[in-house]
Design a protein around this ligand. Structure first.
Ligand code: SF4
Length: 363
């Protein structure tokens, strides 16, 4: 499974690729929707998958740039295991080139810093599983950069946690550009219990201009993950960027799309701050974010949040039917959770304690 590279480091052979061409040394990567065709000696768009001798290798396997213990609310996941703690990590490399990336020093490390960006000590999946156990976390979050492009590392980590018999969940914080082949593998192996997807624009040109990806692929993956409800929880985040996607029309179109997939999908609007190559725009005005929340509600969305601000009461969960306060959040902490003491059947099928309406939340 592994090969010694020139640097003396071991690289893991990639999953989800095919040999193509007569000579058999061209490879076709099926991990993300760029579907790169890579010549011998070449790398894919993510710069962390390389064709060596006609085989595809994952160069960022084991290359976590660091670890943190986070509340789930920080990811943000509000409707999956509220109040739980996760071990978070990510590796260099990304399949997007977002001009406003807030983790660009990690996601774009290979592009900006060259191959040296991967010269970091290896942390094996077994070590991560032990770390998770020692820190008594509830789950592992694959995050900071795009987890799709360190899929082998993530998958091996899930398996290492299973080997240690750790009863933990695993979630991806993703740009939604994975392939249906990857999602099929996730389902077949029961790897993930939650995926939070960024829906960055509701306009394909902007998606390409700012992120180097196509909108429809992300929309299709949102539909695919939603179709897996009961197995994988879905939440969506939309970063609202002044002048780029903050018009009434764009926000309404985005909300219409989410509502057409499922009105009970949690939608988080997030405040933009100048980052990376997008320093010329101001932070999003709070009134724009509040208007976005109003539009989402007008379009029938049931769980809408505003993040990255100090605005009060915009991160609480209310019953969509009777408006009862169900989960009160303050920053990343939970001050009230009406579901906290539920067990057995009630925990599996949470309902509003006041009106009995079924609530889309996994406890
Ligand atoms: S993960 Fe995506 S960007 Fe990277 S090689 Fe595969 S298809 Fe290309």
């Amino acid at each position: 499974m592994s090969k010694i590279l020139g640097s003396g480091e071991k690289a893991r052979e990639a999953l989800l690729y095919k040999h193509i061409g007569k000579a058999g040394n061209l490879v076709h990567c099926n991990l993300c929707s760029h579907y790169c065709i890579i010549k011998e000696g070449g790398a894919g768009k993510c710069l962390v998958r390389k064709n060596i001798g006609g085989k595809l290798y994952s160069l960022n396997w084991g290359k976590s740039a660091g670890f943190a213990i986070d509340p789930m609310e920080k990811k943000p996941f509000f409707h999956f295991k509220p109040g739980s703690r996760v071990l978070s990590f990510g590796t260099p490399g990304c399949n997007f080139r977002c001009l406003n990336c807030q983790n660009w020093d990690l996601s774009q490390a290979v592009k900006e810093g060259g191959k040296g960006a991967l010269d970091i000590p290896t942390t094996t999946p077994a070590q991560i599983a032990r770390m998770a156990k020692e820190n008594m976390v509830d789950g592992v979050a694959y995050t900071y950069s795009e987890p799709t492009i360190f899929y082998e590392y993530a998958k091996d980590t899930v398996e290492a946690c299973r080997k240690e018999k750790l009863d933990m969940f695993h979630v991806f914080v993703s740009n939604g550009y994975f392939t249906k082949e990857m999602l099929e593998d996730v389902v077949k192996e029961k790897l993930l219990q939650g995926i939070r997807i960024d829906l960055k624009f509701i306009n394909d040109e902007k998606y390409m201009e700012v992120c180097s990806g196509h909108m429809q692929i992300v929309k299709d993956n949102i539909k695919r993950v939603h179709a897996l409800r009961g197995k994988i929880s879905l939440e969506i985040i939309a970063l609202v960027i002044p002048t780029l996607n903050d018009s009434e029309e764009d926000i309404r179109n985005l909300c219409k799309f989410v509502a057409s997939v499922g009105k009970d999908i949690p939608l988080h609007f997030s405040r933009f701050y100048p980052q990376y190559k997008m320093q010329d725009l101001p932070p999003t005005e709070e009134r724009t974010l509040l208007r976005a929340r109003e539009i989402a509600k007008e379009e029938g969305l049931e769980y809408v949040y505003v993040g990255n601000t100090n605005l009060p009461d915009v991160e609480n969960t209310y019953c969509p039917k009777c408006n009862e306060l169900l989960v009160k959040r303050n920053g990343f902490s939970i001050e009230k959770n009406v579901f906290e003491k539920l067990s057995g059947k009630e925990k599996k099928n949470p309902k509003c304690p006041k009106c009995g309406h079924k609530i889309n939340i996994v406890l």
